[in-house]
Design a protein around this ligand. Structure first.
Ligand code: HEM
Length: 328
């Protein structure tokens, strides 16, 4: 059983990672060096999103959190990294007191405090990675480096687009991207090129990219609940698309972990209803243009084919209205 309230959307547009830079979109190696290397961010929706994330984790624990038993040391490395980042950036919101291996972490926004022994998982209510991740609104995926590839060995995923810890744990980078119609503008197959690029990431020099999708009346879709969300996509019309369809954007970050050599993959997922695009004319124009030009395999793969025409029609009508107002 799981629930989804649709009361969440990005309200601070200045922090919305708008995805489009030109008026058409194709897959590419679009990684850029990350400027602010600290992954912790407190948005106006922080508390709502963290509570929703925890609720989803509790409702579907097997689907949304998975780890291999041998990852414990890496999990502590992750906990230490995110807690240190949190206190560095937001000392008013987070505190970490260390007395040898006896640590106390405080989250002042949620009014929570936990004392535990660093390195002893039995002193925490969840595994260290799961516990630490529940204090931040992002999804966290640990890709372990082996045989020139990366393997998904720990995942805490609550805002998934065709993704789940349950479905993807144990898969390599290449296997995970198997279903993606991953060709660039000039027809190159991108999976191996990007995997090689990831092998070169250095500790302390993370990279970032933005991924996007459209969601019909939901904030995540995974294979395990396809029977629930699949029929909902057919309820979208040009009249209700402005509210029901959301531009769903993942700001992704990739960190090389200095001790384990794994890649930590962090996803900050934000949502903007199509009707809110009008708040920024440039975003409206780019999105309207990009959505008219999505190649069919990409629309099928992203799962947006059943409601893309209605979404474009909604934008076309809005565009007409805006032009009429502008010309009046
Ligand atoms: C290393 C960590 C990464 C993980 C764990 C990961 C995971 C995933 C997953 C689970 C999917 C959905 C696959 C499915 O449909 O079954 C996906 C899609 C995709 N990934 Fe990755 N990915 C990673 C890195 C990257 C990088 C570095 C890039 C590009 C530079 C990339 C580009 C894409 C693209 C373009 C898609 C298709 C998404 C769409 O069109 O909506 N991924 N990835």
């Amino acid at each position: 059983m799981f629930t989804q309230n649709l009361d969440f959307k990005t309200t601070d547009l200045d922090t919305f990672p708008f995805p489009f830079r030109s008026d058409n979109y194709r897959y590419s190696n679009d990684l850029r060096k990350l400027e602010d290397v600290n992954l912790v961010t407190i948005t106006p929706e922080y508390e709502m999103q963290v509570r929703a994330k925890r609720r989803l984790l509790d409702e579907q624990p097997e689907v949304r959190y998975q780890s291999f038993p041998h990852t414990m040391e890496m999990q502590w490395e992750f906990l230490e990294m995110v807690f240190e980042m949190a206190i560095q950036k937001y000392p008013q919101h987070f505190e970490l007191h260390k007395d040898g291996d006896e640590w106390t972490f405080k989250n002042n926004i949620l009014d929570e405090q936990q004392t535990f022994t660093f390195g002893d998982a039995s002193t925490l209510p969840y595994e260290p990675y799961d516990f630490a991740g529940r204090h931040f609104h992002q999804d966290f995926v640990l890709m372990v480096h082996r045989d020139d590839n990366y393997y998904l060995e720990v995942g805490q995923v609550s805002y998934a687009a065709l993704f789940s810890a349950h479905w993807n744990t144990g898969m390599s980078f290449n296997e995970i991207h198997g279903p993606v119609p991953f060709v660039s503008r000039n027809g190159d197959d991108l999976v191996d090129r990007i995997r090689r690029f990831l092998l070169g990431i250095n500790p302390g020099e993370p990279w970032t990219r933005i991924n996007w999708n459209l969601m019909a009346d939901r904030w995540d879709v995974n294979y395990e609940t396809m029977d629930v969300w699949e029929p909902q996509r057919k309820l979208v019309t040009a009249e209700n698309a402005g509210k029901l369809v959301r531009l769903r954007v993942e700001e992704q970050k990739f960190y090389r972990m200095p001790r384990s050599n794994a890649i930590l993959f962090v996803l900050n997922t934000q949502f903007l209803p199509l009707e809110d695009l009008k708040l920024r004319q440039e975003w409206f124009d780019l999105t309207y243009s990009v959505l008219q030009d999505i190649p069919e395999p990409m629309a099928e793969y992203k799962g947006i084919a059943p409601f893309l025409p209605q979404s474009v029609e909604f934008l076309r009508r809005e565009d007409e209205k805006l032009k009429a107002q502008g010309g009046a």
